[in-house]
Design a protein around this ligand. Structure first.
Ligand SMILES: O=C(O)CCC(=O)C(=O)O
Ligand SMILES: [Fe+2]
Length: 301
């Protein structure tokens, strides 16, 4: 008689290590799709892996997250740090930490931006759960701001490093906020430098003359938004996107009329820092200062 197989336990024991995640890059510039994970029920080891992957790819997409509840979404955000209550966008009634992203209610974020960069301590990460998607269109693009910095010429990078930029939100009479941040910031975890200005919120560089500031910013906006630094994501319902808001910009493409709805949790965490000392503010005729030309008065993100 041949020996029979050893008896199996009624329920298979959980493997000591979770199965490896399926991670696929989605563009040459940034971004990866991550499968094989339930965001509602993360282990510490899985969270650590997601955090590492975010630092490596800057934007992660988690498809098929139908089970993600608002409480699970907030709990996922809390693993990164304190979650923000957005200064003006609509929120879920029971969860003020969840911002509702719905064009009818808050406008379309159809200009390149960094989330909430007009805050003195802008979000480190955003987590967007798209629930209803149009049958076509409504894609979102992200851009890699490490690459934007690294592809500037050395003399230009040197000039930028002592500078700051003012980021402004002005929607009278609802809200007015502004903050001054380094133009080149250093990532607190990776130590890498990235460009930190954005078309939607950045108004001026106070160390330059108005004309210099307008010209330099226009160049930096165009440079940082170029297709070679980007990815374009076509959404399926219940995909969750997580991005490192310190080193990316994004834009929601406004090419659809159908219903589209998402929920976002945003994580606070640090104050942008740079390695280099700041230069003094430009003063015309002694003490006279110039005013920024661009004042933002549209609803945005
Ligand atoms: O609707 C989108 O795809 C992105 C909206 C946005 O800018 C955001 O959630 O921060
Ligand atoms: Fe945004």
């Amino acid at each position: 008689m041949t020996p029979s197989a050893p008896p199996q336990p009624a329920t298979a024991a959980r493997p000591a290590t979770a199965p490896a995640l399926d991670v696929r890059r989605v563009s040459g510039a940034l971004g990866a799709e991550v499968r094989g994970i339930d965001l509602n029920d993360l282990t510490d080891a899985q969270f650590d892996r997601i955090h590492e992957l975010m630092l490596e790819h800057l934007v992660l997409f988690f498809p098929d997250q139908e089970k993600l509840t608002p409480a699970g979404h907030v709990a996922f955000g809390r693993r990164f740090g304190e979650v923000e209550v957005h200064p003006f966008l609509p929120k879920l009634a029971d969860h003020p930490e969840i911002t509702v992203i719905e064009p009818d209610k808050g406008g379309k974020a159809d200009e390149w931006h960094i989330d909430v960069s007009f805050s003195p301590s802008p979000p480190i990460a955003s987590i967007l759960h798209l629930i209803d998607t149009p049958s076509a269109g409504g894609d979102t693009m992200w851009s890699n701001q490490y690459r934007a910095y690294e592809t500037l010429s050395e003399p230009f990078r040197e000039m930028l490093e002592g500078l700051t930029a003012v980021h402004v939100l002005k929607i009278p009479p609802v809200v007015e906020m502004s903050a001054e941040h380094p133009v080149v910031r250093v990532h607190p975890v990776t130590g890498r430098k990235s460009l930190y200005v954005t078309r939607m919120w950045t108004s001026h560089i106070p160390q330059l003359t108005r004309q210099e500031s307008d010209t330099v910013l226009q160049h930096l906006f165009e440079h940082s938004e170029q297709p070679a630094f980007t990815l374009r994501h076509r959404w399926d319902p219940h995909t969750v996107a997580l991005w490192d808001n310190r080193v990316t910009q994004h834009i929601a493409i406004n090419d659809y009329q159908e219903h589209r709805r998402g929920q976002r949790v945003t994580v606070n965490g640090d104050v942008p820092s740079s390695n280099t000392p700041r230069r003094p503010e430009y003063r015309r005729n002694g003490d006279e200062r110039y005013y920024p030309r661009r004042i933002n008065a549209k609803v945005g993100y």
